[in-house]
Design a protein around this ligand. Structure first.
Ligand code: UDP
Length: 235
């Protein structure tokens, strides 16, 4: 195994599948099955889940809402997704714990770093909900933050594109994919991997990011076993 402890970032939108909103039960089951393959191999896995399939703070602002209020709604949306993912994983007989950055004790443990690490050592998948617990941040920032805190080897950003391209491959047919790229090159070429706050935090802490297509079966396992798929961002 190339990685022992992984932080997997899944966007809320990924859970929509073919739908326009909410959670697609088929998609979330597929993800749970993929996750099981690597957990069964003894890889320690933590997950940060987004909330964009339900609510984003900026969407609230667009509707005349206060930004902080909107972000609170967005963070709660991530908790809903975390619970859905927990159910899907438990249906595959994977032991899981949800830890939330905002206190919601009846439904999830609070985020406690040492406890999260203990769960991972025991082979439980830890799902971090509630983002960072602060407005004006994204779940990408939460993913990098938690990855550093739990001493993960890598952050795997599951997307619908299979890596980082010279330009948007959905618009530009001549776009080519990078297998490896440095943090500085991503910045100097103006490529988009994560928002700036998240990306800088990753760079400063020398935490590699792998961008890959989570919707293709077997990809998660390929990365874990060291196959060169997706794009790796490194120093
Ligand atoms: N959010 C927040 N603080 C955080 C993480 C998330 O306020 O630390 C809010 C923010 O409003 C964001 C929403 O939760 O728009 C959903 O998260 P995100 O947009 O990152 O989800 P994704 O795009 O990954 O589905």
């Amino acid at each position: 195994m190339k990685y022992k402890r992984i932080l997997l970032k899944l966007s809320g939108e990924a859970l929509m599948g073919e739908q326009q909103y909410g959670i697609d039960p088929k998609r979330i089951k597929e993800y749970a099955e993929e996750i099981k393959t690597v957990v069964d191999k003894g890889v320690e896995l933590a997950i940060v889940i987004g909330g964009g399939n339900i609510f984003r703070g900026l969407q609230g602002v667009g509707q005349g809402m206060d930004r902080v209020q909107g972000d609170h709604m967005g963070m709660l949306a991530t908790v809903i997704n975390a619970l859905a993912l927990q159910s899907a994983l438990e249906a595959e007989n994977i032991q899981t714990r949800v830890q939330s950055a905002i206190k919601i004790n009846e439904v999830a443990e609070p985020f406690i770093r040492r406890r999260a690490m203990r769960h991972l050592e025991k082979g439980r998948v830890v799902i971090f909900g509630g983002g960072t617990g602060n407005p004006y941040f994204t779940t990408d920032s939460a993913a990098v933050l938690r990855a550093i805190e739990i001493d993960a080897d890598v952050i795997l950003k599951g997307t619908r594109v299979d890596g980082i391209y010279t330009s948007d491959p959905e618009k530009d047919k001549t776009a080519t994919k990078y297998e490896n790229i440095t943090f500085n090159d991503v910045l100097s070429k103006g490529l988009k991997v994560m928002d700036t706050t998240a990306f800088t935090l990753s760079q400063e802490n020398e935490l590699p990011i792998v961008v890959f297509d989570m919707n293709t079966r077997g990809n998660l396992m390929k990365i874990v076993t060291g196959e060169n798929i997706g794009t790796t961002v490194n120093n």
